[in-house]
Structures are given as structure tokens and as C-alpha cells.
Design a binder for this molecule. Structure first.
Ligand code: ADP
Ligand code: MG
Length: 416
């Protein structure tokens, strides 16, 4: 059996390592050179052969002209001369062929050698790019290939890889930031709860009343923690995309959210106005409800006394939430869509939330292939528009918005 193994190893050694582009280019060039050289020799040879009888005839005629009388003695005297000429001609052609073939072999060898060098020169940037790309890992994602030289296909490839690295770096950075923020947000209430319990237990004058109050504080803190974990899970779920879709009425979803929010609006002295049209969209109704709830919650929370909140659902499956409130600079909007990002604390005199609301909105919109448009509201606050795709089944029924339900995916964040 060891014979088997050793013969296999020998075969592996004998087998050409791998057919590289350089090798292929060289062989291709050699083959093309050989083919065109052979064609050239062939054509020249054929032309020479075709020319031979013509010359032969001309020489024959001139020979007749010089002789007088054209007697039989003359014609028998010409025959050996012609055959010598023919033999000479054939020998010339043979020599021409032999020399041409030798010259062709030499030039093919030269061209293969030169081809190998030129192919190596052309492919050098590609090898450099491969080596550099192999050396880029998670911790040095900031490095770039930065291919120099003319704007050719190789530079374009280098720039494309650099673009990919930039996107990967941004994604890794966002991931790191998210993990750091999430662990900080999760640890803060835990530390607070531990401190509250330690202080209560270490107090020698603690009464049932003070212990009860501490327990209530710890409970409130753990509820806050539960909300955070719940929001993180929703974010992760919506970022994963939709496992299955079902057709639901976006107008009805918005109506149920508004019904729950109305007491809060009244309590806060805000005017909550709604114009809802029934429209069928396809997706996850629970995530869509979460999206509407987050937008309405924000619109009520970051508002001004006697302010307004307008919620509309249009026939083309566009949800709009507009609220009055402190002015939000347009250049801050992209940031606010990221997890754990908020405006300066206490801006509108309200308690800060978790900072996950808008990132959940963005993730749910993306999962539904919906277009999210966030811009400062006309009277402060924000105006947020989420354009869903009308469900195809519903589109056939109503004939409305059928152009959006044709499977074209449009999902992007816009902030102006
Ligand atoms: N409708 C809105 N009007 C004004 N500001 C808003 C509105 N929605 C969100 N914001 C601002 O964007 C920030 C991020 O919102 P969000 O992601 O929902 O987090 P959270 O509400 O938990 O703070 C908020 O802290 C707030 O400053
Ligand atoms: Mg919020």
C-alpha cells in the first residue's frame, strides 16, 4: 500500500503546479505567433511555386527566339538545360522552406521568452494586489491597496477592492460601536441596582418602608433594562430581514397605535391628528406596528406645549408622521438613525429614551424594502415618510400603486 501513496505523491510532483494567467498568456502569444508565421511562410511558398512555371515559360520563349530555324537539334539541346533549371528551382524552394522554418522556430522561442517577460510585467500589479489583500485582516482594515498608475482595468479593480474595504471597515466600526454602546447601556442600570441594594442593606436604620421604596426603584430600573433588551431584540430581528410576509392593512395598524397613544397626547396637551386610508401592504404586521409606535412615541415625546402630531397613511402605502418641536438640524438626521444616538440631553425638557427608536424604524423599513425619508419638519421636530410597497394582490384589486408592487426593490436612507 505505501507504493500507492508514493506513486500518488510522485504524480502530484510531476503534475504542472497550476495554470497561471501568465503561462496562458505566454502560450497564447507563442501559438498566435507560430500560426501567423506559418501562414506567412505558407503563402510565400505558394506564391513562389506559382511563379515558377511562368518564369519557366518566359525563359523557354526567349530561348526559342535566340535559336534560328527551330530544328530538332536545338530542341533536344534545350531539354537538359530546362531540367537543370527546374531542379535548381526545386532546390531553391526547399532551401527557402527549411530556412524559413528554422527562422520561425527561433522567433517563436524568442517571442515566448519575451511574452513571458511582458505578461509578468503586465500582471505584476495584480500580484501586488493579491499579496496586499491577503495581508488585510479585521484589525488592519484601514489599510488600502492604493494602486498607482494609469486609469486602466487593473487600477479600477484596485479601487473597487479599496471601496469594498472602506465599506467593510465602516460596517466593522459600526458593529464595534454598537457592542460598546449596548454593553454600556446594559451595565449602567445593573450597577445602579446593585448600588441601591447595597446602600439599603448597609443602612442600620432601614425600615420596611425604606426597603420597599428601594425595591420599587430596583423594579423600575429592571423594567427599563427589559425595555432595552426588548428593543435590542427587535432591532436584531428587523435587521435580519423578514422570514415570512403576510398581507396586512397599514391604515388599521396605524389606527390601533394611535388609539393607544391618544391618552398620552391628551395628557401632554398635544393635538394628535390622523388621516388614514386602508391600504394593503406585505410584510410583518408586528414589526410595522413597532415602526409606527416608535414614530408616534417620538413625535409626542419630542414636541412643544400645545404642539401637533399629524399621522397620515395614503392610498399608495405612504406613512407620514409630522410633528412640531425643537428644530432638528438636517445634518444630524443621519446620525440619529444610528443605534444609541440622541440629540443633546434635555433639549426639549423630556427624559432621554434608549436611542434605539429611529434605528429600529430604519431597520424595519429596510426589511420591508420601504423607502425612508427623514427631514426636519416645517415647524420644528421631524417629518418622517415611510413608503411601503402596495401588496401585489391588493394592487390587482384596487389598481392603485401597482407600479410599486412589481418587485422592484427600493430601500435607502435619505436625509435632507
Ligand atoms: N419626531 C421627532 N421630533 C424631534 N426629534 C426627534 C424625533 N424623533 C427623534 N428625535 C430625536 O432623535 C433622537 C433619537 O430618537 P430615537 O432613536 O427614537 O431614540 P430615543 O427616542 O430613545 O431617544 C431622539 O433622542 C430625539 O432627540
Ligand atoms: Mg424614540
Amino acid at each position: 500500500m505505501p507504493d500507492h501513496r508514493s506513486s500518488r505523491g510522485l504524480l502530484r510532483l510531476l503534475r504542472p503546479r497550476r495554470s497561471t494567467v501568465r503561462l496562458r498568456l505566454t502560450f497564447l502569444q507563442g501559438a498566435l505567433f507560430l500560426a501567423s508565421g506559418a501562414a506567412l511562410i505558407g503563402i510565400t511558398y505558394l506564391l513562389a511555386v506559382a511563379e515558377f512555371p511562368a518564369r519557366h515559360t518566359t525563359q523557354g520563349l526567349s530561348g526559342t527566339g535566340t535559336t534560328t530555324g527551330g530544328s530538332a537539334g536545338v530542341s533536344t539541346g534545350k531539354a537538359p538545360h530546362e531540367s537543370v533549371q527546374t531542379a535548381q528551382r526545386a532546390a531553391d524552394l526547399h532551401q527557402f522552406l527549411t530556412e524559413s522554418v528554422i527562422a520561425l522556430v527561433i522567433t517563436v522561442i524568442l517571442s515566448v521568452g519575451l511574452g513571458w517577460l511582458v505578461a509578468g510585467r503586465i500582471l505584476r500589479p495584480l500580484r501586488t494586489m493579491t499579496t496586499s489583500t491577503r495581508q488585510i485582516f479585521e484589525d488592519n482594515l484601514h489599510e488600502r491597496l492604493a494602486v498607482q498608475g494609469p486609469r486602466d482595468e487593473l487600477k479600477e479593480l484596485g479601487d473597487t477592492i479599496d471601496g469594498l474595504l472602506a465599506r467593510l471597515e465602516a460596517a466593522f466600526e459600526a458593529q464595534r460601536r454598537f457592542v460598546a454602546n449596548a454593553s454600556h447601556e446594559l451595565r449602567t442600570p445593573l450597577t445602579l441596582e446593585q448600588t441601591m441594594l447595597e446602600v439599603a442593606l448597609a443602612d442600620p436604620a432601614a425600615t420596611a418602608e425604606t426597603l420597599r421604596s428601594t425595591c420599587e426603584d430596583v423594579l423600575a430600573s429592571s423594567r427599563q433594562q427589559e425595555r432595552l433588551i426588548d428593543a435590542l431584540l427587535t432591532l436584531a430581528r428587523s435587521q435580519r430581514g423578514l422570514d415570512h410576509r403576510q398581507v396586512f392593512d397599514l391604515g388599521a395598524v396605524a389606527a390601533s397605535v394611535l388609539q393607544a397613544a391618544r391618552p398620552h397626547a391628551e395628557h401632554a396637551g398635544l393635538h394628535l391628528r390622523a388621516a388614514l386610508t386602508p391600504v394593503q401592504v406585505s410584510g410583518d404586521p408586528r414589526l410595522a406596528e413597532r415602526l409606527v409606535a416608535n414614530l408616534v412615541d417620538n413625535a409626542l415625546r419630542y414636541n412643544v406645549p400645545d404642539g401637533t402630531v399629524d399621522v397620515t397613511v395614503g392610498g399608495s402605502a405612504v406613512l407620514t408622521v409630522t410633528n412640531t418641536g425643537p428644530v432638528t438640524p438636517a445634518d444630524q438626521i443621519e446620525r440619529l438613525l444610528q443605534p444609541f444616538q440622541r440629540m443633546a440631553a434635555g433639549r426639549s425638557g423630556v427624559q432621554d429614551g434608549l436611542g434605539l427608536g429611529l434605528s429600529i424604524v430604519a431597520a424595519v423599513a429596510k426589511a420591508h424594502d420601504a423607502l425612508l425619508d427623514v427631514r426636519p419638519g416645517p415647524h420644528g421636530g421631524l417629518r418622517i415618510m415611510v413608503s411601503f410597497a402596495v401588496s401585489q394582490a391588493a394592487g390587482r384589486h384596487s389598481g392603485r400603486g401597482a407600479h410599486r408592487g412589481n418587485g422592484l426593490v427600493r430601500s435607502e436612507r435619505q436625509s435632507r
